[in-house]
Design a protein around this ligand. Structure first.
Ligand code: AHR
Length: 347
């Protein structure tokens, strides 16, 4: 279910993004754009840019963040399936979590004269130049999943995705409620998402604003795990070596939580007993971990936005009005509800 709201203010963004230089070799290796061309004046066979009637398909260029998590895999599938169902030609590029790859992909889409460009920005800053190029070329841009920081709101037409501050706040609210009768200090470790990304910045803010106003809660460790299972495990292993007294782990996504569970178990501790885990996303593995008693609560983040994205793409191509922001509605699932909910999970 979707609702319409006004854009989220950008005041919480961190100016952390460092300038990155692109190497041609990296770009060539990572930019996997479909190069199917529509020859001007020629009637191409169906499937190569035309529909069954020989009419030109709407061309949607989409730059995905990467394939860092189960959430991301579900989001990619949703985008690809929905583009196919809508009869669009999708030019899909996986940026492998690198901003320079996304900028290169957007420039390629501009050269290819696609009808609409979409991207899920890996970080919040550094987009104005390339988005001005898209605007100058008359190609509308849609932001999916992650927002950007820019003074110039005319550089994109709409944003569709989640309110990450609300997700962090919901995670914090669960913890405050769960610990309402705690008398001693509650030590928290925080596994953060990709540095400079909207979900990492906003989830941290939402969670910490909710929790740290209560002096019983103490943040003893926080570091990025880049939204991946492997980094989640590596960073949690380091947390456990440096801090013997962690009570709560807040992971900005399920993949890092799953990696952390491995680290906790390998350290001879019991997740769910010695260290309780609060996570975000709602992938099946995390629901199974709740059923197994290893995660306490998961705040949902909905990746299945492909059909809504394609509706917006169609409207942009038709120069119809679109809302400035389309926000996903999401739930909070505690471990006592996990077994009943697991069979319903679609990702
Ligand atoms: O931007 C959404 C976040 O990105 C998801 O929480 C995470 O799993 C993904 O990598």
């Amino acid at each position: 279910m979707m609702s319409l709201t006004t854009p989220t203010p950008s005041r919480h963004r961190h100016p952390r993004l460092r300038a990155r230089s692109a190497s041609a070799a990296v770009l060539a290796a990572t930019l996997c754009l479909s190069l199917a061309a529509c020859g001007a004046g020629k009637k191409a066979p169906a499937g190569s840019g035309t529909d069954a009637n020989g009419a030109k398909k709407l061309v949607f260029g989409f730059s995905q963040v990467g394939s860092e998590s189960g959430w991301r895999a579900a989001n990619t599938k949703s985008i690809q399936d929905a583009a196919k169902a809508a009869g669009f030609e999708l030019k899909f590029s996986d940026a492998q979590q690198k901003q320079e790859n996304q900028i290169a992909a957007i420039r390629t889409f501009i050269q290819q004269k696609v009808d609409v460009i979409g991207f899920s920005p890996v970080v919040v800053t550094g987009w104005d130049t390339v988005l001005k190029e898209a605007k100058a070329a008359g190609i509308p841009v849609i932001l999916t999943d992650r927002a950007i920081d820019t003074q110039d709101k005319t550089l994109y037409k709409t944003f569709i995705g989640s309110d990450f501050v609300k997700e962090g706040t919901a995670a914090g609210q669960w913890l405050v409620d769960a610990e309402k009768s705690a008398t001693g200090t509650v030590n928290i470790a925080e596994l953060e998402g990709t540095t400079g990304s909207a979900p990492a910045i906003d989830r941290k803010k939402g969670f910490e604003d909710m929790v740290l106003k209560d002096p019983r809660f103490k943040l003893v460790a926080d570091q990025t795990g880049d939204f991946t299972r492997a980094k989640g495990k590596e960073v949690m292993t380091a947390f456990l070596k440096a801090h013997k007294d962690i009570n709560i782990l807040f992971a900005h996504n399920d993949d890092m939580a799953m990696g952390a569970i491995q680290a906790i178990e390998e350290a001879g501790l019991k997740p769910g007993k010695d260290i309780r885990i609060v996570s975000i996303d709602g992938v099946k593995d995390a629901f199974q971990a709740m059923v197994d008693g290893k995660i306490e609560v998961v705040v949902e983040c909905n990746p299945l936005i492909g059909p809504q994205v394609m509706d917006l793409v169609r409207k942009l191509k038709d120069k119809a009005e679109v809302p400035a922001r389309v926000e996903s509605k999401e739930g909070v699932f505690t471990k006592d509800k996990a077994a009943a909910e697991l069979p319903n999970r679609q990702y």
